[in-house]
Design a protein around this ligand. Structure first.
Ligand code: C2E
Ligand code: MG
Ligand code: MG
Length: 715
């Protein structure tokens, strides 16, 4: 049995051996397969025992850490763990150990042999023996070093972008290929904010308006061409009515295939900047006092109006307005009153005009009006009349009513000038003509006016140099007592002889010296020359006579007047009671308060005062009686027609009588005939002046006249 049993045993043993061999073979094959698989995967495979010693791994694991497999085998994983990562790796392994639940997708940072850090995204699970006891861990690691680095870079750049948008007032936005907003982002981003409601819309489908030539169409063309753009200005009105301006810049986005996929850009709020710019623009184009457009703006508007009138074969007109007595108000009532007057007048002008017309202030007391789309000249004349009456209504200044008038010159496109400059210049010329024509009227430009204005210009230019070129002289006209025929006084009258223009009459050049202010300097010269002459005659042995000197309204508002008179009297040695200053009634009445003070001061020096040209200025003697006046000179116009005009006779009689009651010396001007003289003597007029006795003559002739006269009366 033993043999048989042995055989049996041997067979069984051989079978068992065979089975074991095939099992070993199968195991080897399986291990080889398993090894092949491990080696063929790109991810790193590892196994560690419970102490963390590496017991199994693949080539990818070696490559990841940069060690050879011999160097790795048996190493403890702590050897390639950065200390700051160790705690979290341990925590993960510990949790897997305690729960038996594998962990996935955790990052495991490791130190390579060369010192570099690699990040593996890994999994870990427990390894158990046949008895189910945990003996180690295994898992897969994928090298994500590069990916994590890029993710970090992206996170940083996003953080930077967010910090930027947080710091700025900018909106970042994106549009799709159809230019619809797909994203609107900024620190202002709020659900429901207007910007959010832009999503899905194209810019021109929102409430935004675009600035710049071409408007939305130009912008759409630009987008269609996929061009980038900078600082395009768009605006809208906020719910509370305030304007909201943005400056928009953007560039097109293309995908990897160079095909267009949309736009991305930024919108920066520039409302404040825009408002500041508009304010600056307003300041640059408007007059700060009245708020009206200024010269710059007006020129621009006129040019535009001319271009449009040219296109539609229409006319337009420019009205040049100058306030007649503004300088006087400014000088006597002060700049503040002057400013108030200008404001009041500009308001009235605005009210008097249609919305399509423009009124601007050029500076000083000069205004201009542009009448667009004018049909006929009667229409412009109506406007001019309206403007005249707007100025005439009194303005309450410093508690009193102040009156001014205006002079208006009109130039019409195209007949009076075909560009802005010509039109303005000709309207200005016409305005000067209106002034010459007695002010408070309007004049249309014409070539006659132009000739006159050229002449005036020549006068003005020459007048400016006349004093220093010694072109002025004084002539003297005697005043004679009607009773006894004695020469009681003399009036100094200015004469101008210019080498180019010849002798020019005072009626022509005095108004120009008044307008330009030249009269102040010239008047001083007259006063000094007349006083010197008077003293010289006395030194020659002639009896002292009263010297009358004319004073213009313009000199009357010169603040140095009193000082100058005193200085000249002192300098020339002239006795004050021998000087008589002639002023017109208008000068006195127009600013009574100022006149009262000034006349008082002059009177206090002992100088005499006369009212010249009385009867022409609509003032009554009653008005004049409060002023310290000595003499009344009846205007020549009354005397001229005494013989034929009963009314003039009656008036002259009345003036003489009233002057006497006020104890004034009454002088008749312009006496040319014996008949006039007799009438005046009969009515007890005190003195007379006129061609009948003597024309104004040079100083030498007057001295001769005086001495013959003295001689004759002594005989
Ligand atoms: P006025 O002060 O009324 O002077 C009298 C004007 O009448 C003078 O004219 C004189 O020549 C003129 N005249 C005198 N008698 C007769 C006459 O019998 N018949 C006629 N037809 N005329 C007579 P003139 O010299 O041409 O001066 C005109 C005006 O110019 C003056 O009027 C005066 O207002 C102004 N004027 C003259 N010289 C000066 C001056 O030095 N300063 C100022 N501010 N004005 C002056
Ligand atoms: Mg006079
Ligand atoms: Mg006179």
């Amino acid at each position: 049995m033993k043999d048989g049993g042995d055989r049996v045993n041997n067979r069984a043993g051989a079978k068992a051996l065979e089975r074991r061999d095939s099992a070993i073979e199968a195991l080897r094959a399986s291990e080889e397969k398993y090894r092949d698989i491990l080696e063929s995967i790109e991810d790193a495979y590892y196994e560690v025992d419970l102490k963390g010693n590496v017991v199994q791994f693949n080539g990818a694991f070696c490559r990841m850490l940069g060690y050879t497999s011999a160097e790795l085998m048996g190493q403890n994983n702590r050897a390639f763990q950065p200390s700051e990562a160790a705690a979290s790796v341990f925590a993960t392994f510990n949790q897997v150990y305690r729960t038996g639940v594998p962990a996935h997708s955790f990052d495991w940072q490791m130190i390579r042999k060369d010192g570099g850090i690699v990040t593996g995204e890994g999994s870990v699970q427990l390894v158990r023996n046949l008895d189910g006891d945990a003996v180690g861990f295994r898992g897969i690691l994928r090298d994500v070093t590069e990916r994590r680095r890029m993710e970090q870079a992206l996170r940083e750049s996003e953080a930077r972008f967010r910090a930027l948008t947080n710091l700025s007032s900018d909106w970042y936005w994106e549009q799709d290929a159809e230019f619809r907003y797909t994203l609107m982002d900024s620190r202002h981003a709020r659900a429901g904010s207007a910007q959010q409601s832009f999503l899905g819309k194209r810019p021109w489908e929102t409430e935004l308006e675009i600035e710049g030539p071409g408007g939305w169409q130009a912008h759409r063309d630009l987008l269609a061409a996929h061009r980038s753009f900078r600082d395009i200005i768009m605006h809208r009105t906020l719910a509370d009515g305030r304007p909201y301006y943005i400056s928009v810049s953007a560039e097109p986005i293309f995908d990897g295939n160079r095909s267009f996929i949309g736009y991305r850009g930024v919108s920066r709020e520039i409302t404040e900047q825009k408002i500041a710019e508009e304010r600056i623009q307003h300041l640059a184009t408007h007059d700060s006092l009245t708020g009206l457009p200024n010269r710059v703006m007006f020129s621009h508007l006129v040019s535009t109006a001319i271009a449009s009138a040219h296109r539609y074969q229409r006319q337009c007109a420019v009205l040049f307005i100058d306030l007649d007595r503004f300088k006087f108000v400014n000088d006597s009532l002060g700049h503040e009153a002057g400013d108030q007057l200008l404001k009041a007048i500009s308001k009235r002008y605005k009210k008097a005009l249609r919305a399509s017309d423009v009124v601007a202030r050029l500076g000083g007391d000069e205004f201009v009006v542009l009448i667009q789309d004018m049909q006929q000249s009667s229409q412009v004349a109506t406007v001019a009349r309206k403007l005249l009456s707007a100025a005439t209504r009194p303005v309450a200044l410093a508690g009193r009513d102040c009156h001014v008038t205006a002079s208006i010159g009109i130039a019409v496109y195209p007949q009076d000038g075909d560009d802005e400059q010509a039109l303005m210049k000709n309207a200005d010329i016409a305005m000067y003509y209106a002034k010459d024509e007695g002010k408070n009227n309007y004049q249309f430009y014409s070539s006659d006016i132009r000739a006159q204005s050229l002449e005036r210009l020549a006068l003005e230019t020459n007048l400016r140099r006349a004093l220093e070129r010694n072109e002025f002289t004084l002539h003297y006209q005697a005043k004679r007592e009607l009773g006894n025929g004695r020469i009681t006084g003399v009036e100094a009258l200015l004469r101008w002889d210019n080498p180019e223009l010849g002798p020019v009459s005072p009626a022509r050049f005095i108004p120009i010296t008044e307008d330009t202010g030249l009269i102040v300097k010239i008047g001083k010269w007259v006063l000094r020359t007349a006083c010197k002459q008077n003293v010289a005659w006395q030194r020659m042995g002639l009896p002292p006579i009263c010297m009358a000197v004319n004073l213009s309204a313009r000199q009357f508002v010169d603040e140095r007047l009193v000082q100058d008179i005193a200085a000249i009297l002192k300098e020339t040695g002239m006795a004050p009671h021998l000087l008589e200053l002639e002023i017109t009634e208008g000068t006195v009445i127009q600013n009574a308060e100022h006149a009262l003070t000034l006349l008082g001061e002059i009177k206090a020096m002992g100088v005499r005062l006369a009212i010249d040209d009385f009867g022409t200025g609509y003032s009554s003697l009653g008005q004049l009686k409060n002023f310290p006046i000595d003499t009344l000179k009846v205007d020549r116009s009354f005397i001229r027609d005494l013989a034929s005009n009963a009314e003039d006779k009656a008036l002259t009689e009345a003036i003489i009588a009233m002057g006497k009651t006020l104890q004034l010396t009454v002088v008749a001007e312009g006496v040319e005939t014996a008949e006039q003289e007799n009438f005046l003597r009969e009515h007890a007029c005190d003195e007379m002046q006129g061609y009948l006795f003597s024309k104004p003559v040079p100083a030498g002739e007057f001295a001769a006249l005086m001495s013959t006269h003295l001689h004759a009366s002594r005989k």
